[in-house]
Design a protein around this ligand. Sequence first.
Ligand SMILES: [Zn+2]
Length: 288
Amino acid sequence: MDLEKYRANYEQIQKLQQTKNLDFYAYPAKYYCHPFRIVGNLYYIGDQKVCSHLVDTGDGLLVFDSGFPCTTHLMIQAIWELGFNPKDVKCIIHSHEHFDHIGSACEFRQLFGTQLLISEEGARVMKERPEWVYMEASEGKHSPIFTPDKTLRDGERFTLGNTTVECVHTPGHSPGVMSFFFQAQDGDKRWNVGYFGGAGFNTLYKEALKADGRPLEAREQFLQSLAKVRDRQVDIVLGNHPRQNETLDKRRRMLEDPSVNPFIDSQEWQRFCDTMSEQFRQFMENGN
Ligand SMILES: [Zn+2]
C-alpha cells in the first residue's frame, strides 16, 4: 500500500469509530453496565465501552481510570449501586492520558476531593502535548485534562489501606501508559491482579503516529512493554476496554453459573500478552 492508501484506510477506520461513538456520546446511559463484584474487594464500575475498577481498601476506595468525560454520572451511579459512597473514593489512578480514561477525574476531585494520580509521562503529555489526549474526539463539553495530585514513576509502589499497587511504565499506545499489579483480598485468599494500561493499536498506525508527531519507535516500545510484564504471576486480568479481556462475557458467564468465576484464570495474563504481541506483529506486517 502506498501512503495515500494508508491514509484512506486510517480515515475510514476513524470515520467508522466516529459513527459508532455518536450514539454513545448522545445517550451514554444506554451503555450503562450494572456494576458487579469481580472477587472479594475488587469491583467493576465501568460502562460497556471503557473499564473502571474499584477496590475497597478498608481505608477508602481506590479507583482505576475515570472513563469518558460524558459518563461521570454513570460512574457515580455505579458506585452507589454497589452500596458505596462516591465521597469515599480517595484516589483515582489512571492507566493513561487519553480522554476516555481520564474523563471524570476533574469532577471527582471537585465533588469529592479525590486525589488524582497518573504517570510522570502522562502528566507531561497533558501539560505539554494536550492534543495527544484527543479531547476533540470526546464530544465532551469540558476538558478532562488535570494537574495530578501525585505522579507515578516506573516501579513505584503506591499504598492505600490494605492495597499496595505496583506501577510499571509500559508506553507504546501512548507515552504515559502504566500497568498495575496488586492483590485483591477475598476473605483469607489473595489474588494477584494485573492491569495492562493501554493495548489499543489505534494510535500506532504509521499514519496516526505521523499525524500526531510521535516517533515510529512507539511501535517497538509497545512490544517491549508487553515483554516487560509478560512473565508476571497474575490470577485476574483487568481490561482497559471490556472487549480486550471479554469483561462483559465473563460477567454473563458468572451470572449463568455462579459456581465458577471466569475472572480467575492464572494463564490469561500470558495469553493476553502473547496474543497482543502476535496480533501487533501481524498488524505491522500487513503494512499498517
Ligand atoms: Zn488510549
